[in-house]
Design a protein around this ligand. Sequence first.
Ligand SMILES: *Cc1c(COP(=O)(O)O)cnc(C)c1O
Length: 367
Amino acid sequence: MALLPFTRPSIDEATIAGVAEVLRSGWITSGPQVREFEAALSRLCGGRAVRTFCSGTAALEVGLRLAGIGPGHEVITSPLSWVATANVVLEVGARPVFADVDPRTRNIDLALAEAAVTPATRALIPVDLAGLPVDRDRLNDLARRRTLRVLEDAAQSFGASWNGRRLGAFGDFVAFSFHANKNVTTGEGGALVLPDASLAGVCEKLRLQGVTRSGEDGMEVDVLGGKWNLTDIAARIGLGQLARLEEFTARRRALARLYFERWDRVLGCELPVADFGNCNWHMFQVVLPERVARAGFIARMRELGVAAGVHYPAMHLFSLYRALGWREGQFPHAERIGRSIVTLPLFPAMADEDVERVCEAARKALA
Ligand SMILES: *Cc1c(COP(=O)(O)O)cnc(C)c1O
């Protein structure tokens, strides 16, 4: 039997035909498709201004720059995330400060985040791991009380909501990723929801070399920008994906429910929070019992025809971050989870029987 991957994008024939049309159109970099994709994203986000980027990382970095974060500033985030979350803080010259996660949600513990606030703290970057939203009421209350900016790393939570409100439709800055593995993809890509439409112009400059054009031939550069625009080819994929957002999310939720029904509790793994209202089920992750070596488990699962992923080791233990003074023992929950977490297959094209197959393989691999 073919190896069951832990994720796979669902690109339909209509989208492929749409991409072919873009390729034949004579305009393949940022243009009409990007504008249409941004308009569609804005409609999803309650009419707020949204700009796209070549990656979620670029969206995060521009968000920090627009928030005025730079040298001398501290930004509090979770150590249990893709390393991009903290790398962008270093990119703008600020200091990432970690606060441990709540072992139940695997997201940043907001009480610990508050305890980490110093006079240098300017912003919080909450991360919705696996698409489970950080508590937005407590988050925004904390930000208000301590006068902090918020840059939501919603790379994994596109399509998720908080108590009936779609993520991106409220809050300060919200960054999404459309990487190939995310719930909605453009191959590579990202988007930033702006707290204020008046920032759109600066945002566009920062995304493309700081250039402002005017009239027939005017060009000016008054700020250092990057090369972070999205192509029309990618935007057309995104438009095809957006049309299926609700279908994708519903299917992911149904598959996650099946995991809860079929997973053998005797195996001693920690399951995710069973949230079927807010979470978009970007991933279904279990934490293995401490007696189990993760590498051996992954290898055994592969022999049994099932791929498993690792998202993520605690990032403060990467040598780049150790060199900044972070060390073992500071964030025991993130460290333990980072050592033992595995991502099991979950993607919209999966069959119900595939969940069965994964649960059976895990039973054998942990026996
Ligand atoms: C994917 C991801 C990013 C970065 O997005 P890219 O599009 O790969 O640059 C940032 N944070 C988290 C939590 C992610 O999962």
